[in-house]
Ligand binder design. Structure first.
Ligand SMILES: Nc1nc2c(ncn2[C@@H]2O[C@H](COP(=O)(O)OP(=O)(O)OP(=O)(O)O)[C@@H](O)[C@H]2O)c(=O)[nH]1
Length: 340
């Protein structure tokens, strides 16, 4: 708008302020992309080019050629930084939006750089912004395309991320990243049916952190949360790819172990108990001792329609482990009717 008012408003508004705003737009794009990528706002890299553009345009207020050259250098530098943050060190997960956004920015980058270069080589007419040279008309027209492409690209990136987050949190516990109760249930449905079909054994573990309330009370809730993440990390390191660890409730976790016998599950439970005891959780420079009690059940299943009894059996074994002094593993005796 300020560009089109050239001659009707003072030159400092039409020339200096308008280009300061344009540089500001690119700076905001850099801020937005940095935030999108989870990085801090790069204030210096955002503000220095805007200040440089403003100063140089004020300095060259009567020199159209110099201004085109300045814009042909500074704007591509700003746009290059936006593209760098977007694609480095790894490309973003939201590829289709990122490509659209980058094509828009790349077009702007190329146009301003080429125009600056042609001006520097005296290869385009330099009779002013509003005199309708083909190059100038092209730059104006392209600006609309650029705005549409970059806006659509960014909206698409944000939408794809929101959808991916929704999908992730539908099946993961927010605090620990372990499977949530819903994912555990879905996996049990699928796993138990497969185990029955294949005639393979299946084991299930319930694991509970000992005296977790004391951790919260002594070290605070943040430390408690860190202990929960620590437990999941330790469990994940020890289980196989086909096993699943999920958060069943507050400080209670469930492990699903396909193709595992009761004795195999019990051996793994004992290893996990030992590793947990030997691996304290570090929080703000302090070492917090963690022990767990585990109830295990496992069997060759014959009935895929109901697996509740597996959880009940493992839970009862866990209860016995707690009652027997904690930091222990107990195995469940599955009632015969359960899997007959
Ligand atoms: N920090 C934190 N604490 C939680 C969370 N969910 C549940 N808790 C706490 O976990 C504690 C569980 O306490 P209890 O059920 O008494 O169990 P416990 O202290 O581990 O005792 P035992 O299981 O008998 O060994 C409670 O203090 C809850 O507030 C969570 O997401 N974060």
């Amino acid at each position: 708008m300020l560009y089109t008012l050239r001659g009707m408003v003072p030159d400092w508004a039409s020339i200096v302020v308008s280009n300061m705003l344009l540089a500001g737009t690119f700076a905001m794009a850099l801020g937005a992309v940095s935030q999108f990528r989870g990085q801090a706002m790069p204030w210096a890299r955002m503000l220095v080019p805007v200040a440089a553009m403003t100063l140089l345009f004020a300095l060259f207020i009567d020199d159209y050629r110099a201004r085109i050259i300045v814009a042909g250098v500074l704007a591509p530098v700003q746009l290059g930084m936006v593209l760098w943050v977007l694609w480095r060190p790894q490309p973003p997960a939201q590829l289709r939006g990122a490509w659209l956004f980058s094509v828009g920015l790349g077009l702007q980058f190329a146009l301003l750089a080429v125009r600056g270069m042609l001006a520097a080589l005296d290869a385009i007419p330099l009779d002013g912004l509003m005199h309708g040279s083909p190059m100038q008309s092209f730059v104006f027209m392209a600006a609309f395309v650029v705005v549409i492409l970059t806006s659509l690209g960014f909206i698409l990136m944000a939408k794809d991320r929101a959808e991916a987050d929704n999908r992730y949190f539908a099946v993961h516990d927010e605090l620990t990243g372990a499977a949530n109760r819903r994912a555990l249930t879905q996996t049990l449905d699928r796993d138990v049916a497969r185990a029955v079909r294949a005639g393979e054994p299946y084991a299930l573990m319930m694991l509970d952190i000992d005296h977790f309330k004391v951790v919260n009370d002594s070290y605070g809730h943040h430390a408690g949360d860190q202990v929960l993440r620590h437990v999941v990390a330790v469990l994940r390191e020890r289980i196989r790819a086909q096993d699943l660890v999920g958060r069943y409730g507050g400080e209670e976790f469930m492990l699903l172990l396909p193709n595992t016998t009761l004795s195999g599950g019990a051996a793994l439970a004992e290893t996990l108990r030992e590793v947990m005891e030997q691996t304290p959780c570090m929080h703000e420079g302090r070492s917090i001792a963690v022990t767990v009690s585990i109830g295990v059940c496992g069997a060759y299943l014959e009935n895929a329609s109901n697996w509740d009894y597996l959880i009940q059996a493992a839970d009862q074994a866990l209860y016995r482990a707690k009652a027997a002094g904690r930091n222990r593993v107990e195995c469940a005796d599955l009632p015969r009717r359960a899997y007959a």
